[in-house]
Design a protein around this ligand. Structure first.
Ligand SMILES: [Zn+2]
Length: 490
């Protein structure tokens, strides 16, 4: 079997390249994970969803993926937050690791193969710092250890920044013991009351960047395939990871660098200082998790994305359409045997297009476009009256449904039972719009009785009354169901 030809945009070379892992068929992926000092925001959620889909797709293409995403559980922000809550830094970060896990599960993010924590990898971190000191790339200074940027001729090759420009305005800050302004801390001497570990340079804790160098080497090797993260990590975080890892090992670090674009809030930059940060947890209180994933995936991962109420409402309406289609199709064909024989047209062409889009730098927007075509055809076929071509339609619908299952495992969408999803969606809409469910059911009962008595005028009046209350009814082979009508007449 020829290996799949997946192309991905490499930030290092600024071009799309064919994915050629060091070991054919096996891919190591490292993604910088959350700093566990608060709830993650929707920008973080977009990044993690993007890489979740990258991993799912590589697996779908038959690759053996080892996916590593770390927890930064030792950090200045954690120490500061713990001082405010009265917890120890360890207690606070353990609490937010659990909160992150709950959020990740809610968003249907796969659990990585390894989720290492900084606090559990101090020996590896000290080992790599020692190597850098021994090779003359780092120096100890009053209990701190710094990486010497001028010792690395390749420094800034990922961000392509000019070192002279970087130096402008940089000063060694009071309390820092470094020689040059661009040098960065690998190890920080302990301050009273902070978490600290013994080291050859005295008690202290690691700087931020060194953890990813140490943990990626431990779980993926000194050279590995794909390193991912958000765009704002390119400088200095990823730049510093490269400098540390390559200076220590003398080998190339990650081969492919993938970065997820920014997410803004109704056109404004999200920032904690402006107080306009939306937590993932709060977003999930308002919108269905799959609708949020659909919203993220509707835009290519490298492009900027604007988080808007309208965008979310549209995403949820699309998901409702998808699930209504799947319910209809399942009612018609699930568990039935239509025998062997021809199918209608070429049902698998949509999924072929889906894979072609995903092969092209994980273009989820294009892939979802192909799925739209698939759903249009499913609707057409499912709405056909069951006549003499029943087996042909049945086989075609089953083939399409099977492709939706495959797409579902790649996108983390349509993973629910359609009837259950639609019911949950309706319950949320009922709460938001203040609809009286008992009254709706009473009116539907009246309409059923009117229809049985062939009083169609009365039945139509009931339908109109329900419509005024924001309720649409649908007559299906299984009886009459209802849904909350779209809020904005859309
Ligand atoms: Zn990192």
């Amino acid at each position: 079997m020829t290996p799949p030809s997946i192309r991905l945009f490499n930030t290092m070379t600024m071009q799309k390249e064919l994915l050629e892992p060091a070991v054919p068929g096996e891919v190591g992926v490292y993604v910088c994970g959350p700093t566990t000092y608060s709830y993650i925001h929707i920008g973080n959620a977009r990044t993690f969803t993007s890489f979740d889909v990258v991993v799912r797709y590589l697996r779908h293409r038959g690759m053996k993926v080892r996916y590593v995403r770390n927890y930064t559980d030792v950090d200045d922000k954690i120490i500061k937050a713990a001082a405010e809550t009265g917890e120890t830094a360890v207690e606070l970060s353990a609490r937010y690791v659990e909160i992150f896990r709950e959020d990740a599960r809610a968003l249907h993010l796969l659990e990585p193969d390894v989720s290492p924590k900084v606090s559990e990898h101090i020996p590896e971190i000290i080992g790599i710092i020692q190597k850098l000191v021994d090779k003359g790339h780092a120096y100890a200074s009053q209990g701190d250890v710094y990486f010497s940027v001028s010792s690395d001729p390749d420094y800034a090759k990922l961000s392509k920044r000019n070192l002279d420009d970087l130096c402008v305005g940089e000063r060694v800050q009071p309390g820092e013991q470094k020689r040059e302004p661009l040098d960065f801390a690998l190890w920080k001497a302990a301050k009273p009351g902070e978490p600290a570990w013994e080291s050859p340079w005295g008690p202290g804790r690691p700087g931020w960047h060194i953890e990813c160098s140490a943990m990626s080497a431990r779980y993926l090797g000194e050279s590995f395939d794909i390193h991912g993260g958000a765009l704002d990590l390119i400088f200095p975080h990823h730049e510093n990871e490269i400098a540390q890892s390559e200076s220590a090992s003398g080998k190339p670090f990650a081969k492919y660098w993938m970065h997820c674009g920014f997410l803004d809030l109704e056109g404004a930059k999200m920032s904690k200082s402006l107080g306009n940060v939306v937590r993932l947890r709060d977003a999930l209180g308002k919108v269905d998790p799959e609708a949020l994933r659909f919203f993220f995936l509707s835009t290519h991962y490298r492009h900027p994305l604007s988080f808007t109420d309208k965008g979310l409402a549209d995403a949820e309406a699309r998901m409702e359409y998808f699930y209504e289609t799947l319910r209809k199709v399942d009612e018609r064909v699930a568990g039935k045997d239509f025998g062997k024989g021809p199918v209608h047209g070429e049902p698998h062409r949509f999924f072929t297009e889906f894979e072609a889009a995903m092969d092209d730098d994980f273009n989820t927007a294009g892939a979802l476009g192909s799925l739209s075509g698939l759903f249009v055809l499913m609707n057409e076929l499912a709405d056909k009256p069951p006549v003499k071509d029943k087996p042909l339609v049945g086989r075609t619908l089953q083939a399409l449904r099977e492709d939706v299952r495959k797409a579902s495992s790649v996108l983390g969408l349509f993973e629910d039972d359609p009837a259950q999803w639609l019911l949950r969606r309706r319950e949320r809409a009922v709460r938001e719009r203040g609809i009286d469910v008992a009254e709706v059911e009473r009116l539907i009962g009246e309409r059923t009785a009117a229809r049985a008595a062939k009083d169609f005028a009365a039945a139509d009046r009931v339908r109109a009354t329900l419509k005024e209350k924001g309720v649409d009814i649908m007559d299906t082979p299984a009886g009459t169901t209802w849904k909350v009508a779209p809020a904005h007449g859309g």
